[in-house]
Structure formats: structure tokens, C-alpha cells
Design a protein around this ligand. Structure first.
Ligand code: 26W
Length: 821
């Protein structure tokens, strides 16, 4: 079929396409009043412009036969696509003008789009930022993931408690995806294996009597920044096979056959809402294998189409980045596909596998390290288990050669853990099968080699490396903070949008009083916008003159929202005692979701809400202190939150937060961090300068040293402020009608085995908060700090991160597509 000319990018062309989509594609008329269809028409209009570039990008990759990388991830927290697509195409102004001519308002339409919330937190959002940077750097990278019917649950707050509501985000259609049934793959589960020898004496393995499920791909376009490139995110949806039904039907059990169909379709039904603690559920393992197998088969299908059955160049042309251990079964699956389906010998298959897989670790928490029962593996994926045992046997031989007689080390390093129940250690499988293992911030990578993966580091020091995380400044500054964007571009030009290091050129302007004034005005307007969100969603009024003190992220004990609340209670206590000398009015915002099964995290949410109720309804606090819990924290909420924040709370127990990425979004938007020496905070402080960062707390080494001789009760007894804070909670000040509900929290803080050392860091946290409050009172100097933070955030662009992945791990060259204009 011959190709159409590309759609134009001007306002007239946009307006006429928008009308055509509205009336012809969607069939709406002048009596239709919901803005939803106008949004859809606009989205389709923008999508048309992506289509031309999408095709050209694919043509360029195919014609150059370029090396490619595949990002394998169970999570992508994409958020909304419309604003990002318009920014990257450079058509925001033209589109706004076109809407104006049609009597429509951009913000109203943009708000109709549901967030694509196919992830939990940092790891999923990182994957989304990575895709944006890969497209902007014109790297041939394809994202592979799952098309969950239900994404991250919607959080409602009822009587202070978290209530989870299903997120049926596809309900009103998803215009950004393109179903590709022609690339459907077949995935096997269950059954058993059989080996047989062919006429040449070669051993073959067959995986038989399996229950098969289809994987249908849906492609989502990933536009680069004004460069003609549109990359692909391919999401798999599970579907039942036809013959499955038929077989059961003929056997006379119609209802059984429908159940089987149901089971198949369940695989991609829902995202597991656990962040940092594994679920151990059978369906989760099915999801992991489903993603790995579908994606690898897709890559091999493409390879064979253009190279036939010659795999000699496969490792030179392909690599797979494993986003944490979640897709790690890919190591065994690639072996299976190369041997059982493509007839390769073990050594050749292993040569390819171990030269194409690379693994990123995102957490040091032991409870987040995935282990699967061997029993479950045998039932669900018998052929894969065989392969894992063989990988392990060969690996342990290597270990035994390197450290003869060291049986303890063998047991420590074995991919199979031999306790009461045998378990597959997925992280070890990932390390053994990969040529690169990286952490996500300098401290985190260092702790990996010294602790969790020490034995492996001794064996293969060259595999280990660091890739400090980043965020994309396209979404997290250019799109979400138009006021600051405009000011920055007026001052230093617009190159920072694709070269964030340029922001350093703002540094001299920190000394310019007029510039500071304009910077402050922009921040104030953003605070007005954030205050409106808080008013709408929490019913709490934030005065934009107050210091906006914000902590938004998943609720987890190691992130220490509890420490934040203790500080707020301490401020309240000061007000009640009349200790208001040198007071800085402060509005504290906390938001985040708790895993539905994580009782302590949910109780912390309840505490925040109860404390907020007491404080906000006490007239003594008026104009001095506000506390609000923001329900349903998500990507699109953060786009309003980070531009309006003054103080960014990054207060995890040192050594526990692998990197953090919210910290970077706040910094970019001119917030100042109060934080521990943890994750990327360390590098943020290095870049901003220690005088532009409020540091507190124990170091990772001190945290380790405290284990075993920590006495929180002595610390509480010796600190009058903390004592009073605990007394308020213990006296039931925040739960007068709900006796006992915060006992578990009190016990956690007073427990000598509290891993998060809340009491230990209280004093130093309160002191740092006092320094921050004092600094805020000098608005001129605060604004200087704010400008310097933004100006020195260049390192934290995913453009930098992805350049490092491309150079050190992927060995990828940029490849320009033919740009249509
Ligand atoms: C198996 C259950 C499960 C699910 C998710 C275990 C672990 C996870 C992730 C590791 C959680 C996560 O999002 N980790 C975060 O990754 C970010 C991106 O690298 C880092 O910035 C955060 O510090 C880290 O907590």
C-alpha cells in the first residue's frame, strides 16, 4: 500500500483533523457536551502525527539492521500521554490555538485522560522516564511490559483509613495503543518434559501436554523530543486459545472450558500492588514468565525474519535489560528457546544468553528479594526448572574451582536455596546469567558489592557497575512547570530541554535580585495551583505564604513517614506550649499508597489523617501549621505537586532507599531537600553543595553499627521533645474515640529491634527542620538556594543515565530516523 503524506503540525491542520475525528471517527455531534470526546478527538489528532514518525523510525531501525536493546519490565508508570506527545512534537501552542478556535480549553481536555498506572512506584516510573530518554537520544530501544486490565489501585480515604478501589483505566478506551494481533505469541504452562535422542545421537527435550495461553501485543508510541523518532512500548495481553475451549467442549464440559478461558485471561488482569515485598503468588510467577516468553519469542521471530536461523550475530545485535529480578526467568527462557526450539547446543546457547542479559537491582531490602518455591516452578514451568538446575550445576562447578573446599560459599551462592523448602533465588539467577549488574545510585551500588552480592563481586568484579537514576526533564520540568520553563528559557535559551546540564547557566542569575523576584513569583503561582489541589482533594486550606513541606512516595516504614509525623506533632506541641518564637508557618503534605496487605503502612496513613484532623481543627494552629494527607498519589498529581513544593522530604533510614527519584523531580523544580545520606540524596547534595541541602541523621555505616545495641526508650527518656510527642500519642490525643489503634506504632518506635531507627534520628531531624524553617524566613536567601538546586540538577536527567547505559552496557549508537517535516 502506498503511504499517505504526513499530517501537518499547524493550528489549521490540527483543528480540521480534530473536527473530523470528533464527528467521523467518534461519531459525536453538537449535542454531546462531555469534554471526554473532545479529548479523544484531540488525542487521535496528535496520534496521527505520531504515526508517520513511528513508521519511519521502524523503517530506519530495520534498514540499518542496528543493534537493539530491549527493556523488560513488569511495570511502566506512564501517567498521561497527551501533554507529553504535544510537547515532544512541538505542537502545544498550535494545539492550544486550534482548541481556542473551537471554543475548547486545553486543561479541561487534558484532565479527561486517565493515568496509565501500570506500576507501583519508583521502579515503574523510572522505566517510563527511560523510554522518554531513549526516544529523545534516538536509541533503538523497545520496552516490553504487560497490559494490565487493572493498574495500580485507586486510593480513597474513608474515616482516615486507606480503601482500595479497582483502577479500570481502560473503561473509556485507550487511544494511545494499537492492537497488533498479527504478532500474537503462544505461551506454555504446566505439562511435563520428555527427552529423546535423534538419529545423530543428539539429545532433545520436548515440553508436552501444556496449557497454552496467547499473548497479544498492544503497541504504545514513545515520541522523542522534536527529533522525528517514535519508539515502541509493547504491552502483552493474555488471551485464551481457541482449541483449548473446543477440546473441553467436545469432552462435554462446557463450563470447564469457560473456566480455562477465564484462567488464561486472568494472567494480565491486575498489577500486583506490592512495593518492596514479594507476594509469592502463583499468578505473579505466571505474569513474569508470560512477559519474558512473549517478549523473547517476539525478538526471535523478528531475528529469524531478517537473519534466518543463523544466530552467530545474535549477541552482537541484541541485549535485554532486566528491570529488577521480576523478568529474570528470561535467562532460562532464552536458553529454552535457543535449544529446544532452535536446536542449539548448551554451550552456544549459554554464550548467547550470558552475553545478552543485563540486570539492574533496585533494592537492598531482603524482603524484596524474589525467591520462588522449586515445587511451584516444577508444576508451572517444568522445562524452565530443568534449565535452572543445569545453569546452577555448571555455575557451582566454577565456584568450586575458584574456591576449592569452600562448601559454605557454595551453599551461600547456589541459585537454589536448600532450606526446609527448596527455593529459586532469582537475583542469583540474574547475576549468573548477565554480563552486567548495576545498582541505581553510587551508595547503593557500593553497598551491593560489599553486602548482598559480595560473593559474586569477588568472583566477577567486572560485571558490577553503577548507573545513578534520573528523571526526564521533559515531563518533570518542561511540561509540568510551564511558568518556570518559560523563565528558564527566556534566561538561558531552550537547549536545557534536551541537555539538562545547561541549567548551570542559571547559577550567576542566583545573584540577580530581579531574577530572584521572578523565580519567587513563579514558585508562588505554582503553590497557588498546589493549594487548590489540596483544597479539592483533602478539604484543607494551604496558604501559599506558608512553607510547603512535602513527602509523597509509597508508604513504607523504611521511608519513615512516621518520622515526619513525629516532627509535625512536635510542632503542634510547641504551638500548644506557646513556644512560637521564630516561627515559620508551615503546610505539610503527605501522600502515597500502602500495599493492601501492609498493616503497619496502613496504620501510618490513619495516624497521619488523625493528626491532621486534630491540628487543622484546633484554632490555635491557624496561620501556623497545617497537615494534609493527599489521597490517590499518582503521576498526574506529582505534576502539580513538585512545582509547588518548597521543602522536599527524603528521610529514609540510611542504606535503605536504593536511589529515590522523587527527590530529583523536586530538586529540578527548585525545592530544597531535607534528607539523610541515602541513595541519590548523597549525589544531590554533592551537586547542590552542602549549604543548599538540609542534612540530618545517621550514616549507613552508623545504622549498621547500631544494630544490636539500640535503645530507643533511653533516647526518648533523654529527649524532652520526643518524650512529649510520644506522651501525646500514648495518651490517645489523636484517637480519642478509637482506643488502642496506634499501639502498634508506639511499640514499633519503642522496639529495640526497630530496623528503621525512628527515635535515633528524631533529634537531628528536628534540628535540621529548624534550620530549614529559619532559612525559609529569609526569602531572598531561600530563593537563591532554590535557584541553585534547580541549576545543579543537570546530572539527574535520565538523558545522562541512559547515555551511560547506552555507552557502558548496551553499546548502542544513536540512529536518526527520517524526520517527516
Ligand atoms: C516483588 C515485589 C517487589 C516489587 C517492586 C519488590 C521490589 C519492587 C521494587 C524494587 C520497588 C521499587 O520501586 N524500588 C525503587 O526503585 C527506584 C528506581 O530505581 C529507586 O529510586 C527506589 O529507591 C527504589 O525503592
Amino acid at each position: 500500500m502506498t503511504e499517505l503524506p504526513a499530517r501537518t503540525l499547524d493550528a489549521d491542520g490540527l483543528a480540521s483533523d480534530l473536527r473530523r475525528h470528533y464527528s467521523h471517527t467518534l461519531g459525536r455531534d453538537k449535542y454531546c457536551t462531555t469534554p471526554h470526546y473532545a479529548y479523544q478527538a484531540l488525542a487521535l489528532t496528535v496520534r496521527d502525527r505520531l504515526m508517520d514518525r513511528w513508521k519511519n523510525t521502524n523503517y530506519a531501525y530495520i534498514e540499518q539492521d542496528s543493534r537493539r536493546a530491549y527493556y523488560l519490565s513488569l511495570e511502566y508508570l506512564m501517567g498521561r500521554a497527551l501533554g507529553n506527545a504535544m510537547l515532544n512534537l512541538g505542537i502545544q501552542d498550535a494545539a492550544t490555538q486550534a482548541l481556542g478556535e473551537l471554543g475548547l480549553v486545553m486543561e479541561e481536555l487534558a484532565d479527561c485522560e486517565r493515568d496509565a498506572g501500570l506500576g507501583n512506584g519508583g521502579l515503574g516510573r523510572l522505566a517510563a522516564c527511560f523510554l522518554d530518554s531513549c526516544a529523545t537520544l534516538q536509541l533503538p530501544v523497545i520496552g516490553y511490559g504487560l497490559r494490565y486490565e487493572y493498574g495500580m489501585f485507586r486510593q480513597e480515604i474513608a474515616d482516615g483509613h486507606q480503601v482500595e478501589e479497582p483502577d479500570h483505566w481502560l473503561r473509556n478506551g485507550h487511544v494511545w495503543e494499537l492492537e497488533r494481533p498479527e504478532y500474537t505469541q503462544r505461551i506454555q504452562f504446566g505439562g511435563h518434559t520428555e527427552s529423546w535422542t535423534d538419529e545423530f545421537g543428539k539429545l532433545h527435550v520436548r515440553w508436552l501436554n501444556t496449557h497454552d495461553v496467547l499473548a497479544v501485543p498492544y503497541d504504545v508510541p514513545i515520541p522523542g523530543y522534536r527529533n522525528g523518532t517514535v519508539n515502541t512500548l509493547r504491552l502483552w495481553k493474555s488471551a485464551a486459545t481457541d482449541e483449548f475451549d473446543l477440546g473441553e467442549f467436545n469432552a462435554g464440559s462446557y463450563t470447564e472450558s469457560v473456566r480455562a478461558k477465564n484462567d488464561a485471561e486472568h494472567i494480565t488482569m491486575v498489577l500486583y500492588p506490592n512495593d518492596a515485598s514479594e507476594s509469592g503468588k502463583e499468578l505473579r510467577l505466571k505474569q513474569q514468565y508470560f512477559l519474558a516468553s512473549a517478549s523473547l519469542q517476539d525478538v526471535l521471530r523478528h531475528w529469524i525474519k531478517f537473519h534466518g536461523s543463523d544466530f552467530s550475530q545474535f549477541a552482537e545485535k541484541n541485549c535485554f535489560q532486566l528491570n529488577d529480578t521480576h523478568p529474570t526467568i528470561a535467562v532460562a527462557e532464552l536458553m529454552r528457546l535457543l535449544m529446544d526450539v532452535n536446536g542449539m547446543e548448551w554451550e552456544d546457547a549459554w554464550g548467547i544468553t550470558s552475553r545478552t542479559m543485563a540486570y539492574t537491582n533496585h533494592t537492598l531490602l531482603p524482603e524484596a528479594l524474589e525467591k520462588w518455591p522449586v515445587r511451584l516452578f516444577r508444576r508451572l514451568l517444568p522445562r524452565l526448572l530443568d534449565i535452572i538446575f543445569e545453569i546452577n550445576a555448571r555455575f557451582l562447578k566454577q565456584v568450586a574451582q575458584r574456591w576449592p573446599g569452600d562448601t559454605e560459599r557454595l551453599a551461600r551462592m547456589s541459585i537454589i536455596e536448600e532450606n526446609h523448602e527448596q527455593m529459586v533465588r532469582m537475583a542469583y539467577l540474574a547475576i549468573v546469567g548477565s554480563y552486567s549488574v548495576n545498582g541505581v545510585a553510587a551508595l547503593h551500588s557500593q553497598l551491593l558489592t560489599e553486602g548482598l552480592f559480595r560473593d559474586f563481586y569477588e568472583l566477577w568484579p567486572d560485571k558490577f557497575n553503577n548507573k545513578t537514576n534520573g528523571v526526564t526533564q521533559r515531563r518533570w520540568l518542561a511540561a509540568c512547570n510551564p511558568g518556570l520553563s518559560r523563565l528558564i528559557t527566556e534566561s538561558i535559551g531552550g537547549d536545557w530541554v534536551s541537555d539538562l546540564a545547561q541549567l548551570r547557566r542559571l547559577l550567576p542569575l542566583a545573584d540577580d535580585a530581579l531574577f530572584r523576584e521572578r523565580w519567587r513569583t513563579v514558585k508562588f503561582d505554582n503553590k497557588v495551583r498546589l493549594a487548590a489541589l489540596v483544597q479539592d482533594d483533602c478539604g484543607v486550606s494551604f496558604d501559599p505564604e506558608m512553607m510547603f513541606d512535602v513527602q509523597v512516595k509509597r508508604i513504607h516504614e523504611y521511608k519513615r513517614q512516621l518520622l515526619n509525623v513525629l516532627h509535625v506533632i512536635h510542632l503542634y506541641d510547641r504551638i500548644k506550649r506557646g513556644d512560637m518564637g521564630d516561627w515559620t508557618p508551615r503546610a505539610v503534605l503527605i501522600g502515597g499508597k500502602a500495599a493492601p496487605g501492609y498493616a503497619m503502612a496502613k496504620r501510618i496513613i490513619k495516624l497521619i489523617n488523625n493528626v491532621a484532623d486534630v491540628i487543622n481543627s484546633d484554632p490555635d494552629t491557624f496561620g501556623l501549621l497545617r497537615l494534609a494527607f493527599l489521597p490517590d498519589y499518582r503521576v498526574s498529581a506529582m505534576e502539580v505537586i513538585c512545582p509547588g513544593t518548597d521543602l522536599s522530604e527524603q528521610i529514609s533510614t540510611a542504606g535503605k532507599e536504593a536511589s529515590g527519584t522523587g527527590n530529583m523531580k523536586f530538586m529540578m523544580n527548585g525545592a530544597i531537600t531535607i534528607g539523610t545520606l541515602d541513595g541519590a540524596n548523597i549525589e544531590i547534595r554533592e551537586e547542590a553543595g552542602e549549604e543548599n541541602f538540609f542534612l540530618f541523621g545517621l550514616t549507613a555505616a552508623e545504622v549498621e553499627a547500631l544494630r544490636g545495641n539500640y535503645d530507643p526508650n533511653a533516647i526518648i527518656a533523654a529527649d524532652a521533645d520526643l518524650m512529649r510527642v510520644m506522651a501525646l500519642i500514648e495518651a490517645g490525643q489523636f484517637n480519642q474515640l478509637e482506643p488502642g489503634i496506634f499501639d502498634s506504632i508506639v511499640h514499633a518506635i519503642r522496639n529495640p529491634h526497630d530496623p528503621w531507627l525512628v527515635a535515633a534520628d528524631f533529634r537531628s531531624y528536628v534540628d535540621a527542620q529548624r534550620r530549614a524553617a529559619a532559612a525559609y524566613r529569609d526569602q531572598d536567601s531561600w530563593t537563591r538556594m532554590s535557584i541553585i538546586n534547580s541549576a545543579t540538577s543537570g546530572k539527574f536527567s535520565t538523558d545522562r543515565t541512559i547515555s551511560e547505559y547506552a555507552a557502558d552496557i548496551w553499546k548502542l549508537q544513536p540512529l536518526a530516523a527520517y524526520d517527516v517535516k
